[in-house]
Structures are given as C-alpha cells and as structure tokens.
Design a protein around this ligand. Sequence first.
Ligand code: SAH
Length: 426
Amino acid sequence: MNSDESRPVPVITLKPRHALPFFKRHPWVFAGAIRSVQGDPQPGDEVALHTHEGEFIARGLFNPHSQIRVRLFSWNQAEPLDRAFWKTRLQSAFQLREALFRRTGTPARHSDLEDHTHEAGKSARPTEATAYRLVNSEADGLSGLTVDRYDRWLSVQFTSLAIAIRQEVLIELLVELAQPAGIVLKTEKGLREAEGMEITDGLLWGDPPPRPLTVVEHGLKWEVDLTEGQKTGGYLDQRDNRRALAQYIHGHRVLDVFCYAGGFGLGALVWGGASEVVAIDSSESALQLAQRNAELNGVADRWRSIRSDGFKALETLRDAGEQFDTVVLDPPKLTRTRSALPQALRAYHSLNRLAVSVLKPGGILVTCSCSGLVTRDDFEQMLADVAIQSGRDLRIIEVRGAAPDHPVSPFCPENEYLKCYVCHVT
Ligand code: SAH
C-alpha cells in the first residue's frame, strides 16, 4: 500500500476510445483497456485512472495479478481511499439494511409484531430477519467486499486482492459499526487464483460461531453452518422469493429440487400450508441440514428427501409417473464463462422441461437462475421453448430477483445475477 501519503498516486492511462464506460462509473478496468502504468504501483495500491489525454476519471485500486487490473471506487479526485472513505461507504451500506430489517428482539413498531402469517410485502414494517447481506460489493460501492450477517456473526468474503490487503482496517471498522460477536472469512472457489490472493479461511476476529447457528427469517428458524456450509452459510438472496411462493400453494404437493437447507420447501409448508414436500439435493450435508430445519419448524412429518443429481431425480420421478402441484428449480450457477453459455442454456432447458413433465396442469413452476451471464431475455426465451416443446401453456405470474439487501448497481449490470420466475403452467 502507499505508506507515504505524500507520494504521488500512480497513474493508469487508458487507450484512446476506452474511457466512456468509466465516466459512466463502471468499476472494473480490464487489462486490455490500459495503455500504460506510471509510477510503479504495487499490488493493492491506490491509483488514478486517466484518459489517454491525461484527464482524471476516477480513483481505484490496482492488481497486476487480476484481469480486472483496477477496481474503481471514487470519481472524486479529492477523495483518497483511506479509512474515512471505507467508513463512509460501510455506514451507507449499513443504513440501508437498518431500514430494511428488524432483528428479532428489537422493539416492534406495529402491534402485529408476532403475526408471521401476513403476506410478504403487505406489511409496512421492516422484514424480520437475523441473517442478511450487509455489504454487497459493487452495489454498495465496495467492489470486492461481501459481508453477510448471521445473527451476531459476520461472514466476510474478499473477492479482490486490494480489499483483502486492507482487511485489518476493514475488520476494525466492521467491529466498530456492526458490533459482532465474531467475524469469519469464507472464500469462494477459484477466487484466490483469479486475484492472486493468499488468504486462509477461518475466524478473523472474536468468538467462533456456534455450530450450528440459528437464524430467523420471516419467522422461520434456520440452522446454518458458517464453517462448513455453502456460500457464506446460506442463500440469503432467495429470502423473499421463498416467502412469495407461499401465497400460491395451499394444499400443494411440492417438489423442491436443489433444496440446500430446505428454504423453498420449508417456506411452502410453514407459510404456504403445502401438504407435502419432496426435497432433492446431491449433497448429503445439505439434506441433513434441511431435515434438521424441518424438525426445528415442526414439519418433519411432511418432509421427504432424496439424495440425487437433480436431473436424474426428475427423470426418475417422470418415469414413475409422479405428479406435483408445484415444482421449484434452484440450480447452482451453471456457467461462469461466456463460452459455456450455450451449454448452460441447454441445461436450463432440459431441467425446466423435466420439471414441467412432473407438473400437474394448473401447477406452479418456480424456476431460478443464479448465472449472471444468462439474461432475462435468454431465460424467458428458454421458458417459451419449454412450453412449446412440452405442448403446455405457460404464463409468467411473477418476475423476481434477489432480496433488497442484495441491491444492484445501475453502473455495473454484471452485479445482478439472480432471476426467479413464478409461472402458472396449464
Ligand atoms: N434452494 C436453496 C439454494 C440452492 S443452492 C435455498 O433456497 O436455500 C444449489 C443447491 O444445489 C446446493 O445445495 C447444491 O448442493 C445443489 N446441487 C449442486 N449440483 C447439484 C446436482 N447436480 N444435483 C442436485 N443438487 C445439486
């Protein structure tokens, strides 16, 4: 890092005709857009981005090991990326979540505090949740930092080297602003290599989280495992989609494919009054987590799980003539690269086609994609093809995305990844 504050900030100069996206505040400067680097910046150092004519565009952080050579943070030349800067950004991120959520145990603003049966979105009070995303990288002006709160613990992901290098100051600020019991680090596969980071997952500060840790979401209790669990511990982005489904499925037999900790299926039973859930996942530990969550919420008698590949399980159910009133498809990311996109779209197609084949006429299909590279247009076209080829009619009744604690930056559309479509299929 630039230890000597008086040292001039190194300058990254763009090639001609490459500046427009950065004036429009896109935060990622790829190596191919850069003409020259002046001043010998070290990995993680602060740099200034200039046009080829020497005009200032933005301040950012440099990483010679990543294809994203510079991540931009401030378009104000007079604003250094120092402790005060990080604090302001974190405070702004926290303010949004404070407006969105009411953690269990905090005073009620309305008399219907304990009423969990109201329909999502109809209440004027903040959502009851003890697990939510506090910092969502680019969308909170903090490219490379993701922080999820799970009750009194924070699960942090550094997705850029420059942010990882600043972990001491960031952890200090998180402790000051969020007052957690502990902070753990969890790094997504492949990121260490992409960013050239040498970081070790585990406890960064405070007490280790209990295993399991119980969190609450719209009145539902979940056990999560911050140490061994997937993602940062759970899939918080689907919170409101799980809740939204409830209004359509009273008495339904529900198939929850790619269930992880049981999110959609448990919501269907507890909020929606579904009659039975068959939950499928290829991971034994996910199914165990889901089973415990079914017990915790008193619906284990209506919970059945099958450990299997999602595609294979759907084929087997179809061949056995099984029919469901609702099918939920929430597969993992099916592509990370543009070149694998056609293959991923074919996989979504066959998955959805299989789902429709086990869906009763008049049933509900909830179909999701967390692949950022798959656009809403691609996804809707896929659904149209599935309907035609299945000889069924399909109407989209809700187009949904990630919950509001996962805001999207209009400057960085790549930041939006989750699509969740609720469809009526006849
Ligand atoms: N619906 C969940 C999140 C699902 S995440 C929720 O609301 O919380 C995707 C899940 O797919 C993970 O649990 C993962 O274990 C599972 N998975 C990945 N590949 C799979 C496959 N081929 N077949 C079945 N499950 C798979």
